[in-house]
Write a protein that binds this ligand. Structure first.
Ligand SMILES: Cc1ncc(COP(=O)(O)O)c(C=O)c1O
Length: 410
């Protein structure tokens, strides 16, 4: 028996699942076991001198929740540990994380290279930023030489989402990171589709990881959230002041929900990936189905790369309706895709992904609807494309539901 305090240092470096459950906990004087939720907009000072010292950054401590909050800090520390990052700043949504990343690194006259294959709102955000003088060049996501050729003297950032939404195309992150290093620009990777349970872009050489925590990090479709992870200098000296001043702070409530989400991230990703593989293999054998896009399938053109930089193929499966000779961008295929979706009884018709509940989406008329026909063609989002964000239900039930949908579409 000993009455000395329990040592805090673990015996060995911790595994990803342990970090997802335990990292970032700072207990209060009550020694609670579960992470506390600090629902407070501001923090009280002992006296005016302490207030002044905190505001001037001469004393560590919380001031106001737009600038920092203990529950949000716990989430940031946990996610940083999972991504292998020195630091992390959480934001109110994935889009605010992406906007803060791009705006904190650029000014009027600067240039960004991005993949054609981006989430619809990210494409629109780049259009808005062009109004403020930030130019964007789009390149095919998988073509490292095209990325290299697009870099100019005023390029500040390479921006990519891998696997991409909804076609699950990949960038070779190691190769692109080498290009970024060689040309002195930063590489930011949206790791939304994989989460750190399946892919750690910083280990592959990227500089920055952005997240829509709304997706797999929550994992149960409850709250919006986002995050940016990277080296301490960029996060603390460039990004954090931008977020603190412009205001897209994550709420303490949402941070608490996301902390709970992270606890089950590893097992959810494993189960949802296994379900996705079963569904993708079944879809490949269906006569009414054209191409199936899933990096876990050996038929995926970048399967080998996926297995080299991801732990599994992930949990997003997209597939095309459409037979040889059909106009892939025509209204007939849109009608057929809608009939498949409407005839499914279990899968949720909703735009979200990353939930344990499987969702079914028609990207051309929803997530990529506002991007415009030209951008859809450039990124290959056809009218017959359907995206399934595979959840954790019994896989046979998902297959049976989709079989009903395909049968109804004829
Ligand atoms: C790949 C990707 N990045 C970013 C976002 C934006 O995240 P949020 O909806 O949390 O703003 C999404 C949303 O679907 C997404 O799929």
């Amino acid at each position: 028996m000993t009455d000395s305090p329990r040592p805090q240092q673990p015996h060995q470096p911790l595994g990803l699942d342990t970090l997802a459950i335990r990292e970032g906990i700072a207990r209060t004087q009550y020694n609670e076991h579960n992470e506390p939720m600090f629902l407070t907009s501001s923090f009280v000072f002992d006296n005016a001198a302490q207030a002044a010292a905190r505001f001037m950054g001469e004393e560590e401590g919380f001031i106001y929740s737009r600038a920092g909050n203990p529950t949000v800090a716990a989430f940031q520390n946990r996610l940083a540990a999972l991504e292998g990052a020195e630091a992390c700043v959480a934001t109110a949504s994935g889009m605010s994380a992406i906007m803060a990343t791009v705006m904190s690194l650029t000014r009027a006259g600067d240039h960004v290279v991005a993949a054609y294959e981006l989430f619809g709102a990210t494409l629109q955000m780049f259009t808005i930023l062009q109004r403020f003088g930030v130019e964007v060049t789009y390149v095919p996501i998988e073509d490292t030489d095209a990325w290299r050729a697009a870099i100019r003297p005023n390029t500040k950032l390479l921006y990519v989402e891998t696997p991409s939404n909804p076609l699950t195309k990949l960038t070779d992150v190691r190769a692109l990171a080498a290009v970024a290093r060689e040309r002195g620009v930063k590489l930011a990777v949206d790791n939304c589709f994989c989460s750190p349970a399946l892919q750690r872009p910083l280990d592959l050489g990227a500089d920055i990881v952005v997240h829509s925590a709304t997706k797999y990090i929550d994992g149960q479709g409850r709250v919006l959230g986002g995050a940016v992870c990277g080296d301490a200098k960029y996060i603390n000296e460039t990004l954090a002041p931008f977020v603190r001043t412009t205001g897209p702070a994550l709420s303490a409530f949402n941070a608490w929900v996301l902390l709970k989400g992270l606890e089950t991230l590893g097992m959810r990703m494993e189960r949802q990936s296994a379900n996705a593989m079963k569904l993708a293999q079944w879809l490949e054998a269906q006569p009414g189905v054209g191409r199936v896009y899933y990096p876990g399938l050996t038929s995926h053109p970048q399967h080998a790369l996926a297995m080299a930089q991801q732990k599994t193929g992930g949990a997003i499966v997209s597939f095309e309706l459409g037979r040889d000779g059909e106009d892939l961008y025509g209204p007939l295929l849109r009608e057929r895709a809608w009939r498949v979706i409407d005839a499914c009884r279990l899968l949720s018709i909703t735009a979200n992904l990353g939930d344990v509940k499987t969702t079914i989406t028609h990207p051309a008329s929803t997530t990529h609807g506002r991007a415009g026909a030209e951008a859809r063609r450039a990124s290959g989002v056809t009218e017959g494309l359907i995206r399934i964000a595979v959840g954790a239900e019994t896989p046979e039930d998902l297959i049976a539901d989709l079989a009903g949908g395909l049968a109804a579409a004829g």
